[in-house]
Design a protein around this ligand. Structure first.
Ligand code: 13P
Length: 342
């Protein structure tokens, strides 16, 4: 492992004005997204859809630093035979790969999950590197509910995240460490704060114990935010202030950057929250986006599986990428959204 090289990639992933496109939906998840726009989830349709994103020149060159791919995509070729990885590289963005194998029930902990995929990871990583991946992603999922999360779920998931991160660095791949506390419940922002703090503290303890170099990783956390079903939703400023307070308390300054997941927030909320955090300023790490839904919901809707809609889908993607690019610098304004709508 060469830490200077890892650090260089990590810093490029969070370069000001840019962020990460999470296009790493598993076969099950992309099917759900395609069902919503009435498109069959065939290999060709998945290829066509992802190809249109990676060929969106303005968005990719100016606002996307890296793309997280799913295993199928990293081996796929565009319609004209160009490897999809090459399209990403040609745009100036860095290819990355989701290496976890999804979640499984955690024994002894009803309703809780552990992320699978460590077995075989040391042999898979060099193949991904050879294919062009310079960073990877592993998502741990922590749910908030009656009596959960348990310490067992927090600890085993933090341990697995650190195992994955150490293996990535040994293979010269920058790990995105993603401990996601879900926003699906009816809990308030205080409870989200408390659980996320616990999970982040445990994660950084495990990263330390397992000798992960913080300079060569990116953190992908949730924001401090109320559950979707909570009657008391926090405002933009409150989400921004609480998230920044939380991160300052838990994330060492040696980490080059923090790239948030959108987690089910509306497109505009995800942008407004990131923008408000960057307006607070004076932070030791770059704060940007690593959005899946908040970047792709609009282009998916515009595309709807039809070749004649490709340009409209690319325009929708370019708009969200630009809005989030501005938010990564604290320069977004709500009226820029209205202009697009008009
Ligand atoms: P969302 O932004 O849709 O939450 O997806 C990001 C991601 O990569 C989840 O693992």
């Amino acid at each position: 492992m060469n830490l200077a090289d890892l650090n260089k990639v990590a810093r490029a992933m969070v370069a000001p004005g840019k962020g990460i496109l999470a296009a790493d939906e598993s076969s099950g998840t992309i099917k759900k997204r395609f069902d919503a726009i009435k498109v069959d989830s065939t290999e060709d349709n998945r290829r066509d859809y992802r190809e249109l994103l990676f060929r969106a020149k303005d968005a990719m060159a100016n606002h996307i630093s890296g793309v997280i791919l799913y295993d199928e995509t990293i081996w796929q070729k565009a319609k004209d035979g160009t490897p999809l990885v090459k399209l990403i590289e040609q745009s100036g963005a860095i290819p990355g790969i989701k290496v976890d194998e999804g979640t499984k029930p955690l024994p002894g902990c009803p309703g809780e999950l552990i992320t699978a995929g460590l077995d075989g990871l040391p042999t898979r990583l060099p193949k991904y590197y050879e294919q062009g991946a310079r960073f990877a992603k592993w998502r741990a999922v922590i749910d908030i509910g009656q009596g959960i999360p348990s310490y067992a779920a927090i600890h085993t998931n933090a341990h697995a995240l650190a195992r994955y991160a150490a293996l990535c660095q040994a293979a010269s791949i920058v790990p995105i460490v993603e401990p996601e506390v879900l926003m699906d419940g009816d809990h308030d922002i205080e409870r989200c704060y408390e659980v996320t703090e616990f999970m982040l503290k445990e994660t950084f303890q495990e990263l330390y114990v397992q000798r992960v170099a913080l300079e060569g990783m990116i953190l992908k956390p949730n924001m401090a935010i109320a559950g979707k079903k909570c009657p008391k939703q926090a405002g933009v400023q409150e989400v921004a202030e609480k998230t920044v307070k939380l991160l300052k308390a838990c994330v060492p300054a040696a980490v080059p950057g923090i790239a948030f997941l959108s987690g089910g927030q509306s497109d505009e909320d995800a942008t407004a929250h990131l923008d408000a955090m960057n307006r607070i300023g004076g932070l030791p790490w770059h704060l940007t986006f690593s959005y899946g839904r908040a970047l792709q919901a609009a282009p998916q809707k515009a595309w709807a599986g039809k070749a004649e809609n490709v340009a409209a889908a690319q325009a929708a993607f370019a708009h969200r990428a630009r809005m989030n690019g501005l938010a990564s610098k604290g320069e977004w304004k709500a009226d820029l959204e209205a202009k697009k709508a008009a």
